[in-house]
Design a protein around this ligand. Structure first.
Ligand SMILES: C[S@@+](CC[C@H](N)C(=O)[O-])C[C@H]1O[C@@H](n2cnc3c(N)ncnc32)[C@H](O)[C@@H]1O
Length: 283
């Protein structure tokens, strides 16, 4: 079978499984199976695919047809222009989370302290936020925390692959608890989906992504609420909290921050789609 025919066949099967962007996904699966970039792929469209390559590509396609997310099938996802390894131990990084990186970098740049700021990425998962910050600035000490040992292993792997391993520390534990000292800048993309809404999510998310990376109690705010309670005890004056929220949650999170950290400055930042996505709290 020629590569062009394989593309048509894969696209048809993905469409039949109601997978959006079937032509693009078919191309990504074939390029990944053949280990070729886009330019090489275009040049080889008229060539025969070897039986071994075709068998491997079909095995990947079968996984995708069972609605396993494309990023788990290929083992990769781009975030902030960097390629991260992802496995079912970690949430697949989402583009809207890049806002946390941008806001953290703005505060690192504005930092006037005599030592570099301590940045803590809470619920680091694949390490995407912590590593993107480390790749963008050398003027910060960065720690990533997570309750999941499996997630921390992937974060460490990503730090090695992206050549910043020596500049990051990884600690296992609950929210701010494992930090050795009060952080200056906190980024947190914690689980925020209300537990009752899990069944409404698309199968790619509900059946494959780690449940402890998705849900947080009845209103989705259980972990963010606890983070703010810990912040009341552990954050010093001037410290910054950057919290990612789901669409519609920003006003409730801002109210919680006002109650628990009286006098704090609170700003809601919108993502590219115009959704209030990051609640910024300066103590
Ligand atoms: C929504 S995922 C975000 C992962 C990553 N920061 C990202 O943006 O792609 C939330 C992460 O928080 C972790 N987590 C859940 N409960 C936690 C807790 N109590 N303390 C620290 N991390 C927690 C999960 O294991 C998961 O890796």
């Amino acid at each position: 079978m020629r590569l062009r025919e394989a593309l048509t066949d894969f696209t048809t099967r993905l469409r039949a499984a109601r997978i959006d962007e079937a032509p693009l996904e078919a191309e990504v699966l074939l390029r990944h199976a053949l280990g070729i970039d886009r330019r090489c792929y275009v040049l080889r469209l008229g060539e025969e695919v070897t039986p071994d390559d075709l068998e491997y590509a079909r095995a990947l396609l079968a996984r995708r047809l069972r609605h396993e997310p494309l990023a788990y099938v290929t083992g990769q996802r781009e975030f902030y222009g960097l390629l991260f390894t992802v496995t079912p131990d970690v949430l697949i990084p989402r583009p809207e989370t890049e806002l946390l990186v941008e806001r953290a970098l703005a505060h690192v740049t504005a930092w006037v302290g005599s030592r570099p700021p301590l940045v803590a990425d809470i619920g680091t998962g694949s390490g995407c936020v912590a590593i993107a910050i480390a790749r963008s600035t050398a003027h910060a000490r960065i720690i990533g925390t997570d309750v999941s040992q499996g997630a921390l292993a992937i974060a460490q792997l990503n730090a090695r692959q992206l050549r910043v391993a020596g500049r990051l520390e990884w600690l296992q534990g609950d929210l701010l608890a494992p930090l050795p000292e009060p952080p200056d800048i906190v980024t947190a993309n914690l689980p925020y989906i209300p537990s009752g809404e899990i069944t409404e999510l698309q199968p790619e998310i509900r059946a494959f992504e780690p449940i402890q990376a998705l849900c947080a109690g009845e209103d989705g705010l259980a972990l963010i609420r606890r983070l703010l309670e810990q912040a009341e005890l552990r954050l010093t004056r001037g410290a910054v909290l950057l919290i990612e929220v789901a669409a519609g949650q920003a006003p409730a999170v801002a109210d919680l921050a006002r109650d628990l950290l009286p006098g704090a400055e609170i700003v809601i930042h919108r993502d590219l789609a115009g959704t209030g996505r990051c609640v910024e709290v300066v103590r």
